[in-house]
Design a protein around this ligand. Structure first.
Ligand code: SF4
Length: 427
């Protein structure tokens, strides 16, 4: 048996573990973790070893299909590419470039999203380019933008082994990102790192917590403000340093007066004693790494949950040091990468904005196209794209690696919109 090994990435969860794919006689026969990969160093969860049968499943799509008389029938790649290109061209000629829209998931390669943006925004000339991160991670991105001025967590997985305290909020890491959770477990075992879990639920993650704050749903902002109140009152904050690197400390102190431990306990349902213990653990930690997920991001207070958690890290100097900082985890493995190359309707590559003249000029120069080709107004958000399908403003819709009929809210309305599309390309 001769197996050749090829590098790949697991796209099943937000981690993006490195994989080695074993191929024998043109068939995938084995999948293992990639040794030396910064995410998983050879380890995988239970999923990848069970992938090989998927590639030979009889229901797997192996060629393009096109709908003829209501039925999907096979077509060659050459023919389908020509058909899609000529259909796009005709629709653009008849209705203009803004009659076309693109919507992608967040698990493709950064380079692929860069090309999509170049094709749509630079060649076709529409900003109707959206990605599932518009919904999934939008509040985390907005949290980083409003705290740091940039949509970018200043941390990485290598920080895990440097931390002595993990603060995990609204996130069942043991189930959602098992390989990363194993790294936390190992750091706890080998270096004595402590784990604080904030979650209304008892989970596999809270099972190994040193302290589990089982707060009432929706009270994270009050909890974070109470923790900040205690940290300030008990002298855990180097105010000179905070003043040097941030703005608004005096206003924050006034605001936090409303959150003494008794108030925090009443709102969150946790005991004062437990909240104070957590504040002390944060204040005494040398390097705290904070994780959060959709328990924060999918809520009506999402951005404030993000901001108030960032505040705890800023107040305690847990930024820009090994093992310290905010490490938001994404639902799909390239959520940040695709935003960095502009896969939202208001963005251009490099987190530039379509509404910014200088940014448009920089990108137009780099792409060697006239400045006027890039529209100065953001394109439609994904929900406006669906509205556009209903109103016929959007005639052609190109979907890649995501299933909006299942993942967007109000799926019946989404399906009705998709059914009205003149050209629907699902890739
Ligand atoms: S932890 Fe996530 S990315 Fe890593 S192997 Fe498992 S499913 Fe894939």
């Amino acid at each position: 048996m001769v197996i050749t090994w090829h590098k790949s990435t697991c796209s099943f969860c937000g981690l993006g573990c490195g994989l080695m794919v074993g191929v024998e006689k043109k068939k995938i026969v084995k999948i293992e973790g990639m040794k030396g990969h910064p995410t998983n160093d050879g380890v995988t969860c239970l999923f990848p070893p069970n992938y090989p049968p998927i590639f030979t499943d009889k229901d797997r799509l192996k060629q393009p299909m096109i709908r003829r008389d209501g039925q999907l029938v096979p077509i060659s790649w050459d023919k389908v590419i020509k058909y899609v290109a000529s259909s796009f061209k005709k629709i653009i000629e008849d209705y203009g470039p803004n009659s076309i829209a693109f919507y992608g998931g967040a698990m493709n390669l950064t380079e692929e999203y860069y090309l999509i943006n170049k094709l749509m925004k630079g060649a076709i000339g529409t900003n109707n380019v959206e990605c599932s991160t518009r919904l999934c991670m939008a509040s985390s991105a907005a949290g980083f933008l409003s705290t740091l001025g940039a949509d970018a967590p200043p941390t990485c997985y290598a920080d895990v082994e440097q931390a002595d305290l993990f603060f995990i909020a609204g996130f069942n890491m043991a189930v959602s990102v098992p390989v990363l959770f194993q790294r936390l477990q190992a750091t706890k075992k080998n270096k004595g790192a402590k784990i604080i879990v904030v979650d209304p639920r008892r989970t596999k993650t809270s099972d190994i917590a040193d302290i589990h704050l089982q707060i009432r749903s929706g009270t994270d902002v009050a909890l974070n403000n109470t923790l900040a109140h205690i940290l300030l009152k008990e002298g855990y904050v180097n105010e000179d340093s905070v003043d040097r690197y941030t703005s608004g400390l005096d206003n924050l102190k006034i605001h936090l007066e409303k959150f003494p431990p008794s108030q925090g306990a009443e709102i969150t349902g946790c005991s004062e004693n437990q909240i104070v213990k957590v504040a002390h653990a944060i204040g005494e930690s040398k390097a705290m790494l904070a994780f959060w997920f959709q328990g924060y991001n999918h809520s009506s207070q999402a951005m404030f949950k993000n901001n108030t958690l960032h505040n705890l890290l800023l107040l305690t100097g847990n930024f820009c040091r090994p093992g310290a900082g905010p490490l938001s985890i994404t639902g799909e493995s390239n959520a940040l990468g695709n935003r960095w190359v502009g896969t939202l309707s208001h963005l251009l590559p490099g987190m530039r904005l379509v509404s910014n003249y200088i940014h448009r000029q920089e990108v137009a120069d780099f792409w060697n196209i006239p400045l006027e080709k890039i529209q100065p107004i953001p394109g439609k958000s994904i929900l406006d794209i669906i509205k556009g399908l209903h109103s016929n403003d959007i005639r052609a819709f190109w979907i890649m690696t995501t299933n909006p009929a299942a993942s967007l809210p109000n799926s019946h309305w989404v399906r009705e919109g998709l059914a009205k599309t003149e050209l629907l390309v699902v890739q």
